[in-house]
Design a protein. Structure first.
Length: 380
């Protein structure tokens, strides 16, 4: 049986604090109450921001996954809430009290249920092992140490020389250790639930790949790559020590894509708006491999090519717009997009034909004045 606790021998002593047992009392002290109050405030801000992505089918699926992964040792009073955030970047984070926030960009990037299970188990571990509280304690102790050191020096040396600066480095290492703990405990949870951890580990590589493909648009620092490689090393050591390959594994591919399909499609719009064309292309091709007759999927992939404008993209874009129209002749947007391609290439006759079809199918379009201006120019 997989032990649902970090194996310090695998981590080679990287954890500097005792790992709380899942059987510990989950009663709240004052500091944790403070953290939970802050997390509830963050949740209220998110709810008021309009950034929460609503998809009942997906939300129910994620809740079922949490139940499948949740260890029986956790008291029933400790519950999880999943918030899906409209954001194309590949991120997820946990707030004290069991609130787990996942970006649509990360959900859209997943390829199987094992990866989803690892993502959830990792964030659940941050909650159950009180990582926010432990980090708070660690920061406060280091700041206190720095203050004492500054006072002992008679104030002749600024704290940043050997106090806060050094402490922040130790705090950073400490939080890295907690990420590794969440990885290893999470791997234990998904193995217990019947998932192949080798399939799940691909999740760690996505952020590194994403940084390379979208470096101009992604605000995260390149040192994230080094941290991902470090975590991947510890995870592979854990898997070699713990995973029995003959164990049956869960696939659930159809169920997985049925529940994530809408999020993949909707997130592609966010990718387009932020210029993440490679990410949008990859995810839309994945979506169309499952649903080849989805007219909106073909239209959005056409938009990727039209807006990216690499060599051959305009023809690829027209092919997908044409496919979208063959699947749904009443779909107005592909006509507008084809009209723009022909307009920019100088073919005013074909451009006019598609603009007229667009306005006929969508007479209340918000850009009607914009398209009529093009039509006037095409008739000149």
């Amino acid at each position: 049986m997989i032990v649902i606790s970090v194996l310090c021998s695998v981590v080679t002593g990287c954890l500097s604090t005792n790992t709380p047992s899942l059987k510990e009392d989950f009663s709240l002290d004052h500091a944790e109450m403070r953290l939970r109050s802050h997390s509830q405030a963050v949740q209220r801000l998110l709810n008021e921001s309009g950034l929460i992505y609503s998809d009942e089918l997906l939300e129910e699926y994620l809740d079922q996954m949490v139940v499948k992964l949740q260890p029986p040792e956790i008291p029933a009073v400790f519950s999880f809430k999943i918030l899906i955030i409209r954001n194309p970047y590949l991120e997820a984070f946990a707030l004290p009290g069991g609130i787990i926030c996942i970006h649509t960009g990360l959900l859209a990037r997943l390829e199987n249920e094992a990866q989803l299970a690892f993502l959830l188990a990792h964030e659940m571990t941050h909650c159950t092992h009180k990582h926010a509280l432990r980090t708070l304690w660690h920061i406060e102790s280091k700041v206190a140490d720095s203050r004492d050191t500054g006072e002992a020096s008679g104030g002749k040396r600024p704290l940043t020389l050997f106090g806060i600066t050094g402490s922040m480095d130790r705090i950073r290492r400490y939080t890295h250790d907690l990420e590794t703990e969440a990885d290893l405990v999470g791997l234990g949870l998904i193995m217990r639930a019947g998932y192949d951890p080798r399939a799940a580990l691909r999740l760690l590589e996505y952020q590194s790949i994403d940084l390379g493909e979208e470096r101009v648009k992604d605000p995260r620092p390149p040192e994230n790559n080094r941290e991902i490689r470090r975590r991947n090393k510890y995870c592979n050591n854990f898997i070699r020590a713990q995973y029995k390959k003959e164990t049956p594994v869960i696939q659930n591919s159809n169920e997985f894509f049925k529940n994530l399909g809408k999020a993949i499609l909707d997130n592609s719009l966010l990718d387009l708006r932020t210029g993440r064309f490679h990410s949008a292309e990859r995810n839309l091709k994945k979506y169309l491999a499952i649903k080849p007759d989805d007219s909106r999927g073909h239209y959005l992939l056409g938009e990727v090519f039209r807006q990216r404008r690499e060599e051959g993209d305009q023809e690829r874009g027209k092919a997908h717009y044409t496919k979208a129209l063959s699947l749904d002749p009443s779909y107005a947007d592909p006509h507008r997009a084809i009209g723009l391609i022909y307009y920019k290439s100088g073919n005013k006759a074909l451009s006019r034909r598609h603009f007229e079809s667009y306005l006929a199918l969508s007479p209340q379009a918000v850009d009607i004045a914009y398209i009529r201006k093009y039509l006037t120019e095409c008739k000149d």
